[in-house]
Design a binder for this molecule. Sequence first.
Ligand code: AKG
Ligand code: FE2
Length: 356
Amino acid sequence: MGEVDPSFILPIEHRPQHSTLEAEAIPLIDLSILISPNPNSVDRLMESLIADIGDACKNWGFFQVINHGVPLESRRNLEIAGAKFFGLSEEEKKRVSKDEVNPVGYYNREHTKNVRDWKEVFDFLVQSPTLIPVSHEPDDKSLKELSNRWPENPPELREACEIYAGEVQKLAYKLLELISMSLGLQAKRLNGFFKHQTTYVRLNHYSPCPTPDLVLGVGRHKDSGALTIVAQDDVGGLEVKRKTDGEWFRVKPTPNAYVVNIGDIIQVWSNEKYESVEHRAVVNSERDRFTIPFFLHPAHYTMVEPLEELTDKQHPAKYKAYNWGKFYAARKRGNFRKLEVENIQISHFRVSGKSG
Ligand SMILES: O=C(O)CCC(=O)C(=O)O
Ligand SMILES: [Fe+2]
C-alpha cells in the first residue's frame, strides 16, 4: 500500500468487493413526454410515468432518467471546465478552499463515517448568497450568508457552473412534481419548501488509486437532502445497496443520463413510503473519474416531518419534526473532524426508534 495515507483505509468489513454485480437493474425512465407531450396520449402516458417513478422510488430509491431536457452542451461545458480546475496545482486550488466557516469551494479532506474519502471536490451554491444557521446548537438562532467562491482559473468555470445549475434545477422541479404525484399529492405540493433553497452542486474528482480495494471514493452513506441528481461519466464506480437483500450493485453509466436518488427528507415526508438508500463510490487504479451531484435541499428554516396528508390514525407519523438547517450543520461537522460520537441521523428523530 506504500504511499496511501492510513486515514483512507477502510475497516475490513466495509472494503469494496470488486465482484460487485453490474446493475442494469436500477430502473431507466424516459422523460420525453414532459418535453414534447402528444395531446392524444398525454394523460395515459403521464399516468404510467408517475407509476414508474413511484415503483422506482419504492423498490430501489434510485433510478436513471433519459430525455430529461438538460442540454448536453451545458453538461459538457461544465465537465471540461471542472477537469481544467482539478488539473491545477494544489496550491492554486487551495486558494478557494472551503472550511468550517465558509463551506463552499475546494476541498480534498472529506470523511465519511470517519474514514477519509479518495476524492477532491469543488462545491457551489445554486442560490448565492444562501442563508444558513451559524451553528448546530439549537439555542443559537444566528444566521450567516454563504456566497460562492470562484477560482481565477479556468475563467469559464463560473459561467459553466451557473448555467448548468439553472438547467438541472428545472429537472429537479419536474422530478419533485412527479414524485409528489406518485405519492397521491398535488404536483406542486413540495415546491414551496425550496423557495429559499440551500441546494448546492458538487464537482467530484476521483483520481486513480494504487489500492482501490482498501479505500472508497465516497464511503457508504445516505444523502440527507430531498433529492440528488448525479451526472456520472463513463468510468463507473457508483454502487447502490439493493433494498431486498443488501447486495451492492454497480450503476452502469448510461451516456448523458442522470442518476436520481431519494434522500432522507423524502423518506420522512413520505412517512417511509419511500426510503433513502445507502450508496458509495469505488475508485480504480487506472482512470480519473468525474461526477457532478446536484443536492436539492430545502430552506434552512424547514421543519422536516411526515406530510399530514400521508398520516392518519392508522398511519401515525414515524418521525418527530426536525429543523433542516440545524440538522445539516450538525451533519457537516463530521466532514471536518473525526467525531467521538456517531454523526446525527434521521433515525434519531424516529418515533419508535427503528434505525433509519
Ligand atoms: O460520485 C458518485 O458516484 C456518487 C457521489 C455521492 O454519492 C455523493 O457525493 O453523495
Ligand atoms: Fe451520495
